[in-house]
Design a protein around this ligand. Sequence first.
Ligand SMILES: CSCC[C@H](NC=O)C(=O)N[C@@H](C)C(=O)N[C@@H](CO)C(=O)O
Length: 688
Amino acid sequence: MSEHTTDTEAPQATDGRDPSPFEDLAKFMEIPRVSGLALAPDGSRLVVGVQNLSPDGKKVVSSVWEVDRDGGAPFRLTRSAAGESSPSFLPDGSLLFAAKRADPDAKESDNGNGDNQGLWLLSARGGEARLLAAPPAGIGSVAVARKTGRIVLTARVMPEAKDLDDDAARRKARKDANVTAILHTQARIREWDSQLGPDGTRLFVADAPGAEGKLELRDVTGDLGPVMDSFAVSSDGSKVVYGVLAALPNSEHVAELRLLDVASGTSTLFAGDPEHDHSPHAAPVISPDDSTVAYLRSDLDTFEATGKPTIHLQPLAGGPSQALAEHLDLWPQGLVWAPGSSALYFTADQLGRAPVFKVDVATGEVTRLTGDRAAYSSLHVTPDGGTLFAIRSATDAPARPVRLDTATEDQEPFLLAAPGDTVPLPGWVEEVTATAEDGTVIHSRLVLPTGAEGPAPLVVWIHGGPLMSSNAWSWRANPWVLVQRGYAVLLPDYSLSTGYGQAFVDRGKGEGSGTAFHDIMAATDAVIDRPDIDGTRTAAMGGSYGGYLTNWIATQTDRFKALISHAGVWNAQLRTVSDVPWFFRQAYGDVMLRPEHALRWSPHLYADNVSSPMLIIHGNNDYRVPVANALWQWQDLQRRGKEAKFLYFPDENHWIMRPQESKLWYETVRAFLAEHVLGEEWQQPDLV
Ligand SMILES: CSCC[C@H](NC=O)C(=O)N[C@@H](C)C(=O)N[C@@H](CO)C(=O)O
């Protein structure tokens, strides 16, 4: 039953002159995509990353744009065929960015030929950008000390290398011998679509760049292992707090924070207790007065409960930590200090949105600053403490920069202009609720088409994670591409979704897909009786964890006319060969030690039950949900004579990255739904 609906933004229609970018997928791929913000230390300049299609349409190229803080037109700062990303600022307002560009000043022996990601500087006084550093394997993350301009960056280096020249020689020897083998000595060997090793991450420090010349990079940590969490730098650059994943003997890992004294190169454990308390400590930020480190400490994930992150404060000089706003039933993320060091800003999923919050450090009092139906990220505060800049998106609004006032509760944002900030939508969003069997309220967003001539067919699009909420704009799982074709799309926040309190997250624990399945069915039942929905023409689809749930749905009900599973688990045993097997072990049961739990919810054991036509989609280089799942599922369905198609991407991973392959993904999804939900003839997509 649908308890109530709430109208959201007013419908936006196309103007009738241009075909909608949600109809013409070539145009959809051309919409610029905004990601991340950087604010100059004096607050005077704001820049944003923008991704565009390359002229030949074969790849995405990013560039850095300057945003007008008062809403005027943005302008492009950087331009090259390979693109530029990760902008940050020096104290004098000069811009740093990462780019694979050839160094015009390079000597033949230099590592500046554009093969690797270098750190570039565009002076505040103008002129051409110049290369500051290009380690052999490129740069990773970059941070700048606010007062001195000292630069701290990560780079991957062969573990035995004495310095970056030695690293270059070792890499060349492997390349010349055509060797790519890796000898692993610890459990973590892959991440998403990347091999980890044989190189590891190190932290490098360099003094602020002079008017000419390259940075003198000093290795200040040596090898930190295959994966590093984020790091924070004190205002003078003398201290760095960084997160590492320490390997434990039983193939588990613990995320701990270490404190580096840059002058002496001494690194000590700052937060975390690998001997006794394996709870993760991550995402450190140092207060502007250099007194305090704020970070997120989570309880350990167990089979019964998911670790809840809590803000902790700890003196930079050492001493016990103290939890802040401990009883807040939210999952804070993206911590940012207020300039006076008396408050922190953060975002957190909350009831289908991700507002901006402020927490007072002395009292723990929490204030919500945004009251609109949106998800915020990438917070930056001006040095006078009066203004916040952020990225805002929503189910019905692509990401764009916005300006907020730090003193106003539940405000509407001031929208700033950036490429791709406005697209004509072929429908609108309603917030709907349903009641699960145990009385729990399940929140969803229902995206509806404008101009429908009768009840709309319904697609239930199930988010991944599962520890997230479908509260933001998505380019990978974009409902508008289906709404344009007349479908209504339901985006349910089932149990295990964030933003509805810890009890809601833990409600589905230990039950694999069981509770989530019933929640999704309750959400579906609540909308199919609406006069604007055609409950006889329905489909369900999802990616990643949403793909797993789609696979589970396939074995539990025949109510859907089509099911589309992207990168979904089919055989729960294969979670053991994921890049993060410990996450799946802790979260969903250990296949080896508790097979009765893990296998109870494994779709492959119920393959005989599948009756809805299925489209399986998988990338060969997916290490998060290995492709063996799709191969196994394909054989299971083929051998049983089930109606199915398999869209296989030999060169893609958990996500379909190349623009033309992403376009093909949407084309195939639309063709499959049209065949089975609308009863149209199968239209073979071009290029396959
Ligand atoms: C450090 S392990 C995190 C695992 C993560 N789950 C978070 O809730 C995850 O990767 N889950 C995948 C199975 C998944 O569903 N991924 C989603 C969201 O990241 C996706 O769309 O790829």
